[in-house]
Ligand binder design. Structure first.
Ligand code: KIV
Length: 279
């Protein structure tokens, strides 16, 4: 029996810390709606991330920049309703919500207001912010208000127009040193965990070993304390995204397309509904 089935208790930031201390890997995936969150929660996932990747996979934008705070709150509250209703009758995953672009950068008061809106209006358990030293003030202010914060370093998609590409980050020593310093700073000011995106596996290892708090990777190799993927990628709903770090567990794009084609044919051929499918 897998570890998560033996421990259906509610996942808190303290539980995550204990998991790291005990060498138990942490599982994290994205969800943006009630139905998907219900499945992830019932499967025993540790953390649901209401990611601003909703801007891409749900809204069809090219980047994560356009999604608004109101839209993130809508997604987050749908997810929270599912997490309260697991088959075991207990709340399980921790729900972390991305603060979207433009709601925390360069203005600590605005950052606190944004985080409080997410916590109050969605019922989520924590927020995630992208960046290191440049957003230290915003993160500190949110933490001081008692809101748990997860950091996000490496490839930070909200800054895509600054960097210009989605290539692997921190391959050079200078950028790697900066990332390690940022990670240590995020731990010091009180973040409960950090996401590391698309960096060399050896650097992921170095950061996970240097930090006491959990480090969750996406394209950061196997030595970090847990893994996160975008659920639509893992299930093969998205089709044109093939980074090396992605493992597809299903090919739902083709499965759903096939099912819909069958439905269309049945309707056209007057085969649906049949005698048993009517009143
Ligand atoms: O928005 C998101 O889905 C994320 C993950 C890629 C970590 O931030």
């Amino acid at each position: 029996m897998s570890v998560h089935k033996k421990t259906p208790k509610r996942v808190t930031t303290h539980v995550l810390q204990t998991m790291k201390d005990n060498g138990e890997k942490i599982s994290m995936l994205t969800a943006y709606d009630y139905s998907m969150a219900r499945i992830l929660s019932d499967a025993g996932l540790d953390i649901i991330l209401v990611g601003d990747s909703a801007s891409n996979v749900i809204a069809g934008h090219v980047t994560t920049l356009p999604i608004t705070l109101d839209q993130m709150i809508y997604h987050a509250s749908s997810v929270v309703r599912a997490v309260r209703l697991t088959v075991t009758g207990t709340t399980r995953p921790l729900v972390v919500v991305d603060l979207p672009f433009g709601t925390y950068q360069g203005n600590t008061r605005k950052a606190l207001k944004s985080a409080i809106r997410i916590m109050k209006e969605s019922g989520a358990h924590a927020v995630k912010l992208e960046g290191g030293a440049e957003v230290k003030g915003s993160i500190s202010r949110i933490l001081k208000a008692g809101v748990p914060v997860m950091g996000h370093l490496g490839l930070i998609p909200q800054s895509i127009y600054k960097f210009g590409t989605y290539t692997v980050r921190a391959k050079k020593d200078e950028e790697a040193d900066r990332l390690i310093n940022d990670a240590l700073m995020l731990e010091k000011i009180g973040c409960f965990g950090i996401v590391l995106e698309k960096i060399p596996a050896e650097l992921g290892k170095k950061v996970a070993e240097a930090l006491r708090i959990p480090v969750i990777g996406i394209g950061a190799g196997p030595y970090v304390d847990g893994q996160v993927l975008v659920t639509h990628d893992l299930l093969g709903i998205t089709k044109d995204f093939h980074p090396r770090f992605l493992r597809r567990y299903l090919n739902l794009y083709d499965d759903i397309k096939g099912a819909v084609s069958n439905y269309i044919e049945d309707v056209k051929m007057k085969d649906f509904p049949n005698e048993k499918e009517q009143y």
